[in-house]
Write a protein that binds this ligand. Structure first.
Ligand SMILES: CCCC(=O)SCCNC(=O)CCNC(=O)[C@H](O)C(C)(C)COP(=O)(O)OP(=O)(O)OC[C@H]1O[C@@H](n2cnc3c(N)ncnc32)[C@H](O)[C@@H]1OP(=O)(O)O
Length: 305
């Protein structure tokens, strides 16, 4: 009873800060009209380049699978798939039971970046900037989802596909797979936020090597530099997706509010200055303190031997 009262008090006291935190995570998280970004205008432009789809499957277990599906183009991102992805991310933001997410490509390969046919048609600087802002917003929201996310890399993750892997919390690689930031070979640099995120994952020295050399990162190198968490070995141990689900289930076991709180405190630690991260951690703590899982654990006098 006392804990519940304290929790209510914390929730009331923290409502303003919590609302601000949620606002920071909201839709136009990086670019809005202030930056000349008009979401509807670019959506319309992107829809003019159709093909493929982004499929979302949510499971009762709290795990979801997002599939990049355009096998005839090695799962390259058409314009309509960029719009699809934004819609699927919105769906996931509203999924209260979500705990984990696996992002994969269809037919045994991850994603070969943006569809070069769309790229050619959108090659003027204004359209390029709009597409870049749209994808940065979407991938930032993907990374900030209150669930633990994994990119399951089979085959190739090239260009924008390599950038997409960095918008997940973890990367698992199948034997023989490759992550390659091929942008330099295309006369480009990453534009979907992949460089900023890569520096945070592998450090600036490694990021400079991977981008400057357009290095083909195989699973061994990815493990060595901390780009990948694990190589999914073992023929007899199910499909790569099943193995990724098993890997993720270790971290998503437990009630959704607690797993979501875990992701939120890590996210704020990753993105915010220390004082702000500490205040956010306090607010998130207030949402689980005295909550059902906490009360149950106290009542069962659980030991952690
Ligand atoms: C800010 C974003 C920056 C970017 O993402 S820029 C784009 C970076 N990606 C690329 O340049 C990938 C170019 N493609 C390739 O290198 C090769 O196709 C790739 C992926 C290694 C696969 O090679 P292979 O296994 O030999 O197969 P293939 O070349 O015959 O490809 C099969 C069909 O898929 C198509 N494809 C692959 N990647 C594509 C893409 N990004 N955009 C549009 N179409 C693409 C390819 O053209 C081919 O189609 P088709 O059978 O000739 O009609």
């Amino acid at each position: 009873m006392v804990l519940c009262a304290v929790r209510q008090h914390l929730l009331r006291g923290s409502r303003g800060a919590w609302a601000r935190f949620l606002q920071r995570q909201s839709r136009c998280c990086v670019y809005s009209s202030v930056h000349g970004f008009q979401q509807e205008e670019i959506r319309e432009k992107l829809q003019a380049f159709p093909g493929g789809s982004i499929e979302l499957l949510t499971q009762e277990s709290g795990l979801a699978v997002l599939t990049i599906n355009y096998p005839s183009r090695m799962n390259a991102f058409s314009g309509s798939m960029m719009v699809d992805l934004e819609e699927r991310v919105s769906q996931l933001e509203g999924w209260t039971d979500g705990k984990g997410l696996i992002v994969q490509g269809a037919s045994g390969t991850f994603c070969s970046g943006s569809d070069l046919n769309a790229v050619r048609a959108l090659s003027n600087p204004q359209d390029g900037m709009k597409m870049c802002m749209f994808m940065q917003n979407t991938l930032t929201r993907l990374l900030r989802l209150p669930m633990i996310s994994v990119a399951l890399v089979e085959g190739r993750a090239l260009g924008g596909g390599a950038e997409l892997t960095t918008a997940c919390d973890f990367r698992l690689m199948a034997p023989g797979s490759v992550i390659q930031f091929v942008h330099k070979h295309m006369g480009l640099v990453p534009g979907w936020g992949g460089a900023a995120r890569l520096v945070r994952i592998v450090g600036s020295q490694n990021a400079l090597k991977l981008l400057g050399g357009a290095v083909k990162v195989d699973p061994e190198l990815a493990l060595q530099i901390g780009l990948a968490e694990e190589v999914l070995q073992g023929e007899g141990a199910g499909t790569p997706l099943q193995r990724a689900e098993n890997w993720l289930s270790v971290y998503t076991k437990g009630p959704a509010p607690v797993i979501q709180a875990v992701k939120k405190v890590v996210l704020s630690g990753r993105e915010l200055p220390l004082s702000e991260a500490l205040r956010t951690e306090k607010d998130v703590f207030g949402t689980v303190w005295g909550g059902p899982a906490n009360m149950q654990a106290l009542a069962s006098k659980s030991k952690h031997r």
